[in-house]
Design a protein around this ligand. Structure first.
Ligand code: V47
Length: 364
């Protein structure tokens, strides 16, 4: 028996016993080429933790501005103020986009944008109150931990004050973006002006403490090592043990086109599936592992349902960040198509709201 088989056997025993995997196990999973075996282990963990239902949400993304002072090297979306292609939506434009989606029965607005150096803090507060007033039943999932820290700096307030004010205005929860890779070695290379990994985790701890749930992400496939990916997962797992405030984890597959890292080639399909499966196995306290079809493609997202995934995100409508970086997926997908993909993979489609309450279960 070779060494790799022995390591995977030991991991299998732990998975069967419901025991926690350590960093060495995580590294062994990412270094292995035995994708089907890892997928099978992740599928078992998925079944135990999340059952056979696969979730999706009827949502719309709004990216209110691409103006950003961070100049992250992996980002093709951001622009400097006044540059060609730079945009900032007015409140009326944002409301107009939201209004159009309400007719399609969306339950969630997903809002993230650049860290605009001169927009006043009131812009964000007014945006959230106006959207909340437009339809108080629609859940507003807005602003990454990085944006929240940035608003606090601009407004001269604490992160907690900002979170409480946004919550009072109608913020429901926070998306998981801005996490990138927590390791400082990587951040110094690709996003040196952005909040630190520890800073991101601290904002999330505060958010969970004031009753704001969030997601978590990791941007992989650029300059990070496998060990840095595992370190990222372990740090998320530790915070989740402490707060229980993360709803789902979404590994984000790097798209290099039009970025300063365009000479890199980005993850292969093999790496995408292995990353999803390893996330399921390492994050034993995250119920939901989400494949973002916009980034890995609809077909691979469907296949990932047998590699540990139990959430396939949503209808999305008008995604700008990945498309700026060369994604060739559609901008939106219909509810019927999501249901078909899930059924065809032998799972039960469930439309959820942002907090995983069931909107509708699609039995055969
Ligand atoms: O924070 C930026 C990443 C994130 C690129 O919480 C890139 O449910 C790939 O966080 N290639 C924004 N990724 C998107 C995001 C997200 C998406 C879907 C669902 C949820 C959720 C969150 O996208 C950024 C950054 O980490 N990103 N540039 C790129 N070139």
């Amino acid at each position: 028996m070779d060494a790799e088989t022995r390591v995977l056997d030991a991991i299998e025993e732990k998975v069967a016993a419901g025991e926690r995997l350590d960093s060495r196990d995580g590294l062994a999973l990412l270094e292995s080429r035995d994708l089907l075996r890892i997928g099978d282990l992740a599928d078992r963990a998925r079944r135990r933790l999340a059952g056979d239902e696969v979730f999706f949400v009827n949502n719309r993304h709004i990216n209110h501005t691409n103006v950003c002072g961070n100049s992250c090297k992996f980002c093709a979306f951001s622009a400097t103020e006044g540059a060609e292609g730079a945009y900032t939506m007015t409140l009326e434009q944002i409301l107009d986009r939201a209004r159009r989606s309400l007719d399609d029965g969306i339950t969630e607005l997903h809002i993230v944008g650049g860290e605009h150096p001169s927009l006043p803090y009131e812009y964000y507060l007014e945006m959230i109150s106006a959207l909340h007033e437009l339809d108080p039943t629609v859940h507003i999932q807005a602003f990454t931990a990085s944006e929240i820290a940035f608003f606090a700096g601009r407004a001269g307030k604490t992160v907690e004050q900002v979170l409480l004010e946004l919550k009072a205005a109608g913020l429901g929860s926070m998306p998981g973006g801005g996490a990138e890779i927590f390791a400082q070695r990587v951040r110094s290379q690709v996003c040196s002006r952005k909040i630190s990994g520890q800073g991101w985790l601290d904002v999330m701890r505060t958010a969970h403490g004031v009753g704001i749930k969030s997601n978590a992400t990791m941007l992989y496939g650029h300059v990070e090592t496998y060990a840095e990916r595992i370190d990222h997962l372990v740090r998320l797992r530790r915070l989740q043990d402490e707060t229980g405030g993360f709803g789902s984890f979404i590994p984000l597959s790097f798209h290099p086109a039009n970025t300063e890292l365009a000479d890199l080639r980005g993850p292969t399909g093999f790496d995408d599936l292995k990353m999803l499966a390893a996330s399921r196995l390492m994050l034993d306290n995250f119920r939901h592992i989400k494949a973002f079809w916009i980034m890995i493609g609809v077909k691979l997202a469907q296949v990932s349902l047998h590699f540990g995934v139990n959430d396939i995100d949503g209808t999305v409508v008008e995604e700008k960040i990945t498309h700026a970086a060369g994604a060739d997926t559609e901008q939106a997908i219909t509810r019927d198509e999501l249901i078909r993909l899930i059924r065809d993979a032998g799972r039960i489609p469930v439309e959820r709201d942002t907090l995983y309450n069931v909107v509708r279960r699609f039995e055969d």
